[in-house]
Every structure is written in structure tokens, then in C-alpha cells.
Design a protein around this ligand. Structure first.
Ligand code: ATP
Length: 231
């Protein structure tokens, strides 16, 4: 079980306030979707949890320790941007990642790329966009951190790749012990996979609910909820 808490967290970029006094405790495990309009603060929220950026005020803690440069073994961040080296092969990418991340599970990484039908001898620069996204996911999941922060893993992918990526996450996530946070605008596709949902609007978390409970009490789809609270 993982305890992630945010206490009055605010973050500005220049004069722009990207997060405003976010105060919550995240679920201990399972898959949580973070949805919201463009610019609502989703990426900023994930970067703060992964310790890639620091809040201007407030605290983010994972299992009681403030996140920061040293929290890499607690939370992994999958960036929407290209984070692979083009000149490496798939196999070299795994070996390189094993050298960079303590606790990296090489065996899991090899299993994942095999399941993804990637050839370990292929150079990253020759992979299709979908296969690059798969490789990024394999490397992130093989870190086996208690918290996985996946920032737009479905963005720009065709429907079959999106479905495959969601399937891989569900199959290989240790749902009893890991918490996976996913941001996406593909709300309809994401909804069936979610245990929990956070809806963000203007730098605040305006909905923080268990998805089952939400379905029973509100009888609305997440898209409808999103429209209602951000419209
Ligand atoms: N490095 C930065 N410098 C300046 N402003 C930034 C920076 N990163 C984010 N912002 C601004 O902070 C706000 C929140 O951005 P963030 O990327 O967290 O939102 P988001 O919900 O992830 O958006 P999207 O859905 O478009 O990816 C936006 O207004 C954005 O323009």
C-alpha cells in the first residue's frame, strides 16, 4: 500500500498559477484517471508527485517522505514527450535503463517487449510511433515503483495501440501494491479501466471519487461529469 498525500500544494510558472492549494490523499492502489481540460494542471500534478518539480508552497509526500530528486524509487514518470534515445536499440534501451534506475526489473522489461512483439535488435529511430510508446511504457513499468505517473500515454496513438497500451497496464500493474495515475483526454476509453477518478479544473481537483461509487450514486458517465463540473 502506498500513501500519497498533497497538503495545500500550489505551483506557479511565472505569474501563471498551474495548481492552487490542492489538498488530498490519493487512493492506495489501483488505477486512477486524472482528467480535465487543456491547461487544468494535470501534468503539473503528476510532475509534483514524481518529484520532477517542487511546489511553491505545501507538501507532497509518498509514504511520509517529501518528494524530490531522491524519490525516484517511489514514483516513475512517463512523459508525453520523447524520452528514448534514437540511436539505441530496444535491447540497449533496456540495459541502459537498468543502469539508471535502481530496482529496475530487467526480466519484466524483456517480457514486456516480447509481449509487445518488439525486436530487441531494432533501433529506436526505426520504431513506429506506437512501438515507441509501447517501449516507453515497458521501461516505466519495469521500474516497479509504488507509484506510476503516466502522462498522456495514449496521446497521438491509433485506437488499436490505445487499447493495447491500456491492456498492458492492466495486465502488468500490481494492483494490490501499486498506484497508477493516468492522464488522458480519451475519457470514454479510459473509463472502464479506472478504479478512481480525479477531475481537474483551473488548477484544482474538483472531483475525487471512486468510480464504482460514482456510477451508483450519480448514474453519469465521466464525460458527462466532466462537462458538468468544467462547463
Ligand atoms: N513550463 C511551463 N512554463 C510556463 N507555463 C507552464 C509550464 N508548464 C505548464 N504551464 C502552464 O500551467 C498550466 C497547467 O499546465 P499543465 O501542463 O499542467 O496542464 P494539463 O492539464 O496537463 O494540460 P494539457 O491537457 O494541455 O496537457 C497551463 O496554463 C500551462 O500553460
Amino acid at each position: 500500500m502506498t500513501n500519497v498525500s498533497c497538503r495545500n500544494v500550489s505551483k506557479k510558472y511565472g505569474r501563471k498559477e498551474a495548481l492552487h492549494s490542492v489538498d488530498l490523499t490519493l487512493p492506495e492502489n489501483g488505477i486512477a484517471g486524472i482528467i480535465g481540460p487543456n491547461g487544468s494542471g494535470k501534468s503539473t500534478f503528476l510532475k509534483l508527485i514524481s518529484g520532477l518539480i517542487r511546489p511553491d508552497s505545501g507538501t507532497v509526500k509518498i509514504n511520509g517522505t517529501e518528494t524530490g530528486r531522491k524519490s525516484g524509487s517511489e514514483a516513475a514518470y512517463l512523459s508525453e514527450e520523447d524520452s528514448l534515445y534514437d540511436f539505441m536499440t530496444v535491447g540497449k534501451t533496456i540495459a541502459f535503463s537498468a543502469g539508471v534506475y535502481p530496482g529496475f526489473d530487467r526480466e519484466l522489461a524483456h517480457t514486456l517487449v516480447e509481449e509487445m512483439k518488439l525486436n530487441e535488435k531494432d533501433k529506436v529511430k526505426h520504431l513506429s510511433r506506437g512501438n515507441k510508446a509501447r517501449l516507453k511504457l515497458a521501461v516505466t513499468m519495469a521500474r516497479k515503483t509504488p507509484v506510476l505517473c503516466l502522462d498522456e500515454p495514449l496521446s497521438g496513438m491509433d485506437p488499436l495501440v490505445r487499447e493495447d497500451i491500456l491492456r498492458l497496464i492492466v495486465t502488468h500493474l500490481d494492483v494490490e501494491h501499486q498506484l497508477c495515475l493516468i492522464t488522458s483526454h480519451e475519457v470514454k476509453e479510459l473509463e472502464p479501466f479506472l478504479d478512481h477518478v480525479l477531475i481537474m479544473h483551473d488548477g484544482q481537483v474538483v472531483v475525487d471519487r471512486n468510480v464504482e461509487e460514482l456510477k451508483e450514486t450519480e448514474r453519469k458517465s465521466l464525460i458527462e461529469m466532466l462537462r458538468e463540473v468544467t462547463g
